[in-house]
Design a protein around this ligand. Structure first.
Ligand SMILES: [Zn+2]
Length: 245
């Protein structure tokens, strides 16, 4: 399960890894906390029309990556906060889809090591996702109305934080980097120069693949919560190509 703040984050983020794992037999689901209704430069634009456009773009991109589905939580773009209401929505998604792994924004990055400020929505989405994974989703007494409604507690085993300042695992995405670029091209309202963007993505992926000798890589900060799958669990996310050093 990928949990992202805005409709294009998952495709700028871990789309190539998601595509690789989906190709290998995993089932993927994407959760977008907002619908990107502030993602334009025209102050007179209709935010609802923009949100509809961006949801449609994200659904097309999700089809390219191969997710089984997308949930939009319809939270306000630019005003996302790690609050109980958002955490409850995320716990509902986690207990419904029951992922082994959650991929989300690294909430501890305020300033990127390479320059720039990490968007407040990215930090809020990442923090809410981490808090939803642990302890709320696995605690049957947390948001107990969910358990009473049939959504039993669920233990996510690993969190992969994307756009980290300090990477601890690498995934070889040589086979799926072009899918990520194709997915990014679906976000037509956000991408002005698709050819330049594709070149930039290939060059970033080449840099990120270097530590493991891959032509293209994704980097994550990996948080292992449970080493072993629970009894009766039949699925498991594929291991990263280079684990925590
Ligand atoms: Zn974003």
């Amino acid at each position: 399960m990928v949990i992202a703040a805005h409709p294009d984050d998952a495709d700028f983020g871990p789309a190539a890894t998601a595509a690789k794992w989906i190709d290998a037999g995993s089932v993927g689901w994407l959760v977008c906390c907002t619908s990107g209704d502030q993602g334009g430069e025209d102050p007179d634009a209709d935010p609802l029309a923009l949100a509809a456009t961006r949801e449609a773009e994200q659904r097309r991109a999700a089809g390219v990556v191969g997710y089984a589905g997308v949930t939009f939580l319809h939270q306000p773009d630019g005003a996302l906060a790690n609050e109980l209401a958002l955490r409850e929505m995320l716990v509902r998604e986690i207990r419904t889809f029951r992922p082994d792994a959650v991929l989300t924004h690294d909430p501890e990055v305020l300033f990127y090591a390479g320059g720039g400020v990490n968007h407040a929505d990215h930090r809020a989405a990442g923090m809410a996702a981490v808090d939803a994974v642990y302890p709320a989703a696995r605690n049957p007494m947390a948001f107990s109305s969910l358990a009473r409604a049939g959504l039993a507690a669920h233990a996510v085993r690993r969190i992969y934080l994307f756009w980290p300042n300090v990477a601890t695992c690498w995934v070889d995405v040589t086979a799926t980097i072009e899918r990520r670029i194709e997915a990014l091209a679906c976000h037509a309202s956000q991408v002005r120069e698709p050819r330049l963007l594709a070149e930039r993505m290939r060059s970033w992926a080449a840099e990120e693949g270097m530590p493991i000798g891959a032509a293209a890589g994704d980097v994550f900060r990996l948080i292992v919560i449970d080493d072993e799958p629970a009894a009766g669990r039949v699925t498991e996310e594929p291991a990263a190509d280079a684990p925590v050093p």
